[in-house]
Ligand binder design. Structure first.
Ligand SMILES: O=C(O)CCC(=O)C(=O)O
Length: 316
């Protein structure tokens, strides 16, 4: 009886998952082709930003490789921005380390964790961000937002803004995003990672398979689809990717990695040294409707757009 009941439940769950997955695909397709993205594409086409030589180089590289790496200061040249970001990052690390010490003493560390329990987040989900949040301001800076919108070909949505601190761990095996995977959030999305400390091979560097994004040379293996949320078996991955390059981003503090993570990537397996980074994600309005949730909301009345319609759109 129990067994029958279990099999029945499994069948129901499978059927429900199938229906839900079809629903998600249909909603995404509808919003991509006809509803949300259409308007966002038109808005972008009507007010195409002009990019300078650095932005254009980053865009061209992203389109071919799916990633581009450069010093943060090459894109955001005002040193005052980096100083403010560094100061905030330092506060986050100090508070996080104090929380980790409390946890080690068996107390509540008051730390924000969710999925990826191996790292501590500043915001996680449900954070309320105010207009003076330096990370939000940076993610909306025209130097980066113009690039993101140009890469996506539409006015994008800023879906996620956070800081992560990954302490060194003696965990024997990679788990979740430490393993090779594609992000399901969108077919064409852009993630920014800013290293806030020097990241060597023992600090869990971010890694990427160039040209593995949808439409790229290596898109055929475990291809992306709306809702794809899995980890291919290591052996199958290694076999298919044997001829591809793998980029391992060991790099100094202040490095900016821009990447379409619908391509294969992994990172954060910090075995010897801690890694602290800032990360944020730009996706299409369709993705926000069908596939993913924003991790923050704005404090009521907060005005972060500085009169820029595309920035207001990104956080709306
Ligand atoms: O922590 C990393 O380097 C990988 C992050 C990742 O997989 C993601 O943001 O989707």
């Amino acid at each position: 009886m129990h067994k029958r009941h279990t099999q029945f439940s499994k069948r129901v769950t499978r059927a429900a998952t199938g229906i839900e997955s079809r629903g998600v695909r249909a909603t995404y397709g509808l919003h991509d082709r006809l509803l949300s993205n259409r308007g966002a594409r038109r808005r972008f086409a009507d007010s195409r930003p002009s990019l300078d030589a650095t932005q254009q180089r980053v865009l061209d590289t992203l389109r071919v490789e799916g990633f581009c790496v450069l010093p943060f200061s090459e894109l955001i040249t005002d040193p005052a921005t980096w100083e403010r970001l560094s100061a905030d990052a330092e506060r986050f690390v100090t508070e996080t380390e104090a929380g980790l010490a409390r946890e080690a003493a068996g107390e509540d560390g008051g730390l924000r964790r969710s999925t990826k329990s191996f790292l501590v987040r500043k915001n996680a989900w449900g954070a309320e961000l105010d207009a003076d949040d330096v990370w939000l301001q940076t993610a909306l800076d025209p130097r980066i937002l113009d690039l993101a919108n140009s890469y996506l070909g539409l006015w994008s949505k800023l879906e996620y803004v956070d800081l992560w601190h990954t302490p060194a761990s003696d965990a024997p095996e990679r788990v979740s995003s430490q393993r090779w995977h594609r992000d399901f959030n969108d077919r064409l999305l852009l993630k920014a990672f800013v290293y806030l400390n020097d990241v060597d091979a023992n600090a869990g560097p971010f890694e990427y398979v160039p040209r593995s994004f949808p439409g790229g040379e290596f898109d055929d293996f475990a291809p992306w689809w709306p809702g794809y949320d899995g980890y291919p078996a290591d052996e199958a991955f290694e076999k298919r990717m044997a001829e591809s390059r793998i980029e391992t981003f060991t790099a100094p503090r202040g490095t900016l990695i821009l990447c379409n993570t619908a391509g294969f990537h992994r990172g954060g397996f910090a075995t010897g040294n801690a890694r602290t980074l800032a990360t944020w994600t730009y996706c299409s309005p369709a993705a926000l409707r069908a596939l993913s949730d924003r991790n923050y909301k704005l404090v009521a009345g907060a005005s972060v757009a500085n009169g820029r319609a595309d920035a207001a759109f990104a956080v709306a």
